[in-house]
Design a protein around this ligand. Sequence first.
Ligand code: C6P
Length: 426
Amino acid sequence: MALQTPRTDTALHDETQVTPDRLAELRAQFPILQRRVHGRSLVYLDNAATTQKPRAVIQTLDRYYREYNANVHRGVHTLSEEATAAYEEARQRVARFIHAPSPRQVIFTRNATEAINLVAYSWGAAHLGPEDEVLITEMEHHSNIVPWQILQERLGFTLRYVPMTDQGTLDLERLDELLTERTRLFAFVHVSNVVGTVNPVERLIAAARQVGARVLVDASQSVPHMPVDVQALDPDFLVFSGHKMCGPTGIGVLYGRRELLEAMDPFLGGGDMIREVTLQGSRWNELPYKFEAGTPAIAQAIGLGAAVDFLAQVGMDWIWQHEHTLTRYAYERLAEIEGLRILGPGPEQRGGLVAFTLEGIHPHDVAAILDREGIAVRAGHHCAQPIHDRYGIAASARASFYLYNTLEEVDRLVEGLEKVIQTFAL
Ligand code: C6P
């Protein structure tokens, strides 16, 4: 298991016991969970796509717009100073949350996708040529495939893939052969958004280091769900999205090793990322501003700061443990359903999600019928077509959990799936 030493410093609740009281108290902080959909109480199981927002985050956004909405780093007036202070404080909160050595190493982007593109264009374009290789895996989300394919067209490097086993884990036996002295970058997903596999991130980073390759970790499905310590892991780059961890949409994070970020050229040009502009040329601002051109997502960053505080208070160990309980239960109950095939490894090797197919029933039909029961799951290829190709299928249905989900909701899912099967048996 790729979990690191559990953090206790910020966890106010260190009990890992998932009690009904504790859950009810947490659920009460998410107003949307009171909603009814098609006359049924909402069962929200699409958390890998995006999570719901607690009152603390909603109120933070509301307060920003009501009380101190202004542009940052530009004005000397009170509102601008307050907005700047809150924006920079959010960066510090995020840095603390992932144990970054300095907030300067936390670059705010729009999302994980933009963070990967930033690395591709700012680092990749300067370091990759026809002799080089970039290694990714068959298990990646499109956002960690397509930027490298686009860049490959331009720069002519070789893009290689670590294959996936039938069990939905990485074929680590192939690693020695795939990581060579030509590999400049190994970019891989920490937790898969389809098969749920928790990859052995320490081992993968150590293997990359042996051949001198840089490492990018796509932590979109890990940072929201488990303690992640970037100093303990020590990747060169690590990315994630705010909206998958109780934060607003439109805000993501690139964490980077300082000397690499210092040496990289900007990704986008414009206001705020410069120290000086003349008609002859420009000089870049210091970190992190060099990578934050234009007016940033101010409210969203401040909202993300509130989200990481909320998660730290709940306790990342507790969240991981709770999701594991739900996943193990879901895995067992779903495995009882005839014709249902779960993609990926057993519950001990996976994060809080289960993607599956139902024999003879299209995943979109599964999701549409579940929706009539008030249950939100995702259907499709989940922006990971190569994984589905690997299994010879076009799509799957996926239930993904978060800190507010309950065992009763897993039961509702199973009942819903029984209805789906009955509908198609008619
Ligand atoms: N996966 C899902 O339903 P963005 O869109 O940039 O916030 O996140 C991209 C991304 C990158 N890596 C992984 C492992 C992901 O799961 C995602 C987003 C969502 O599975 C939306 S497609």
